[in-house]
Design a protein around this ligand. Sequence first.
Ligand code: G6P
Length: 371
Amino acid sequence: AAAEKDGYDWFMRKEIFEQPRAVADALLGRRDAEGKLQLDEMRIDASELQGIDKIIIIAAGTSYYAGMVAKYAIEHWTRISVEVELASEFRYRDPILTRSTLVVAISQSGETADTLQAIRHARAQQSKVLAICNTNGSTIPRESDGVIYTYAGPEIGVASTKGYVTQLVACYLLALYLAQTKNTLYGDEINGVMDQLEAMPAHVQTVLDEADKVYQFARDHVDTKSVLFLGRHAGYPVALEGALKLKELAYIHAEGFAAGELKHGPIALIEEGLPVFCIVPPKGRDQLREKMVSAIQEIRARGAATIVLAEHDDEAITPYADEFIRLPKVPVLLQPLVAVVPLQLFACELATAMGHDVDQPRNLAKSVTVE
Ligand code: G6P
């Protein structure tokens, strides 16, 4: 079993470190000789996609948080409105579905019952269903009109890591493909984003190279009862994912918030010494960034212990950071691919230090095949 884990203590840790390769594989062979995007396995014709006027993304757990990131990218690049909904809520609220609605089901396993029932409902209402899935031949892609596979390779750890980052890649690819089909971006712009995506494996690796620092303060926090996560824009779903990882693995209270909502309630939770992860948007996005910085100042003034994830040269942030996790320079829409990595490392190491089984957390299953 140790051999299967490549010398790592947990499959999860091994899978975290496989992410540069997983992201590269998810991007492989997506551009043809002319530089146009091709999603061969998708099976839905470009002509069918041209008429799409609404997208509903459905998913559960970590896949749902990938869907939340996708909304920012798809709406920005394609101007098609996107709703993101928990699969377990979807069909029970009688959603509005038409022939021009594209339903995107994100599922690592392809077997989640909530998600499967949701796509059955969508297809019964004549909507097109596209699966984003990691498992070849699983039920959800088989029952969908088309599929984009994520090519992460088998994921064994119950808490999703490489599954999640490759879902993000697939969502970006879908967004760019729709932009190509609907002519909402120029070919040059699409190729520019593709180049940035192809640089991501190296960026993820630089974050992994700093793992020891994250491990150290995870071990420093082994008595922590509660952790908060703050983000804005595409960093907001990353905050939610960081909190989910801690709940799943460390069994402690953890919550993610949109930083702008802090003043509307969560700030009342801040007390002396409470660890708060803060995901700071890139410097190029100053409006977002400055609001995030003032949120960090607010919580620090109230005694929070801030763990700040920001661009490596964002020196202006250092006075407010009890811990500074340096991120590579990437566009805000792609930042989740790098920002999630320290949060995964933190949860994995904290749970290890607490003596929990990281690969088989209590009460959880890798794929939940009951509603
Ligand atoms: C379970 C797993 C989660 C996962 C969720 C959705 O709850 O424990 O890690 O995110 O299912 O799984 P899926 O395979 O549909 O992405």
